[in-house]
Design a protein around this ligand. Structure first.
Ligand code: IMP
Ligand code: MG
Length: 188
């Protein structure tokens, strides 16, 4: 794909290597247990698919979809569940798989919501984090990469549903990003 990328932040090779490391760590930490991965749609799908297949344990998969009210690049903190889990999580070892923690508001809501269902354990694995944007503390046990405050796309992350299928994490050229955000804004 000929995407208007200004800068590559995480190369494909680095993604593959880090996913391997995270999977090895998770495999060790949950040894002897069965794990339920909860992916947050849609940004986490590629990360979750790769991670799940590298974890050497019995792994079940489920998904949630949430939407946060707000603009395409800024989260408002008000979260709505669009698709809930299919499975009961009471008594299970649950690991939430997220693409990126930005303000932290989405995960803060999800953690509270899932904790109420009484899992045996509840942890977070995020591919990316932007610590400088955090508005609420999130206990995140597994983190792929810390990145600066830039809007990124690729490996699941999108701008207005585009660029998810890039196999690296990149920053869009500002003119392209502005144009796409504008077009998408007029469709909402
Ligand atoms: P938070 O509630 O502000 O932490 O928002 C997290 C969600 O916003 C992520 O799960 C993404 O869907 C989206 N998001 C935040 N930053 C980016 C980015 O740089 N690129 C694409 N999506 C992002
Ligand atoms: Mg997300």
């Amino acid at each position: 794909m000929n995407a208007p990328i200004a800068e590559v932040l995480v190369e494909r090779e680095a993604l593959v290597a880090r996913v391997d490391e995270l999977a090895a760590q998770i495999t060790a930490d949950y040894a002897g247990k069965e794990l339920l991965l909860v992916g947050v749609l849609k940004g986490a799908v590629f990360f979750m698919a790769d991670l799940a297949r590298r974890i050497d344990l019995p792994v079940a998969l489920d998904f949630m979809a949430v939407s946060s009210y707000g603009s395409s690049t800024d989260s408002s903190g008000v979260v709505r569940i669009l698709k809930d889990l299919d499975l009961e999580i009471a008594g299970r070892e649950v690991l939430i798989v997220e693409d990126i923690i930005d303000s932290g508001l989405t995960l803060s809501y999800l953690l509270k919501n899932l904790r109420n269902r009484k899992p045996a354990s509840l942890e977070v694995c995020a591919l990316l984090t932007k610590p400088s944007r955090r508005r609420t503390e999130i206990p995140c046990r597994y983190v792929g990469f810390e990145i600066p405050d830039r809007f990124v796309v690729g490996y699941g992350l999108d701008l207005a549903e585009r660029f998810r299928t890039l196999d690296f994490i990149g920053v869009l050229a500002p003119e392209a990003a502005a144009e796409i955000a504008d077009e998408a804004g007029s469709l909402l």
